[in-house]
Design a protein around this ligand. Structure first.
Ligand code: HEC
Length: 167
């Protein structure tokens, strides 16, 4: 959606360059609207709540043999951060390299449906979550593993295959 808006703005900009003041004002309105949309999009704090919950849920899904749910939680833990591509373009690549790098071992264990490796990698990656928090000035947000899933309204003990998640 933002790409489309940017394109519309670019076109508006071209029109403004060659025409009257009133069109210029329309361009300003458009910019104000875009600034408004940007301001309303979440930065890190809102999606991180979802990251936190999905991260907790993933553990219980794996433990319950619901590998599709574990895989699904991981997939949308990552997608939850998408607004930050637009709102925090300087910081988003740090998330990308975390998920594609440190977190890859967790995803690999989910794909292999290997609970022993999953538990080991899951515990290890918590330090990487917290390293990023400390590195960005949020050392006071320390992730800890919960004794129960963040969301209670899902059946975690349901046998499924990691590959069952629709594309
Ligand atoms: C790229 C850096 C980065 C990584 C990696 C990262 N976080 Fe965060 N996280 C942040 C930042 C920054 C905040 C503070 C949000 C803000 O103020 O913008 C945060 C906040 C949080 C919060 C508090 C949200 C709230 O407001 O209640 C939770 C929970 C959280 N992160 C969980 C995690 C978990 C779990 C992981 C690992 C799976 C993780 N984070 C990995 C940067 C990161």
């Amino acid at each position: 959606m933002m790409k489309k808006c940017a394109r519309v703005l670019a076109v508006t900009g071209l029109i403004v360059a060659g025409t009257s003041l009133s069109v210029n004002a329309a361009g300003d309105d458009m910019q104000t609207q875009i600034d408004g949309i940007m301001g309303a999009l979440p930065k890190f704090a809102v999606p991180m709540r979802e990251v936190g919950d999905r991260f907790q849920n993933m553990y219980f899904a794996a433990e319950g043999g619901n590998w599709a749910l574990a895989s699904y939680m991981s997939k949308y833990m990552d997608k939850a951060m998408n607004p930050a591509k637009v709102t925090k373009p300087k910081e988003y690549p740090d998330w990308r390299s975390f998920y594609d790098g440190d977190f890859a071992a967790v995803n690999k264990a989910i794909a292999a449906e290997d609970l022993g490796t999953f538990k080991k990698e899951y515990s290890a990656v918590i330090a990487s979550c917290n390293d990023c928090h400390a590195g960005m000035g949020y050392g006071f947000i320390e992730v800890k593993k919960l004794a129960a899933p963040a969301d209670q309204g899902i059946e975690y003990k349901l046998s499924s295959k990691a590959a069952d998640v629709p594309k």
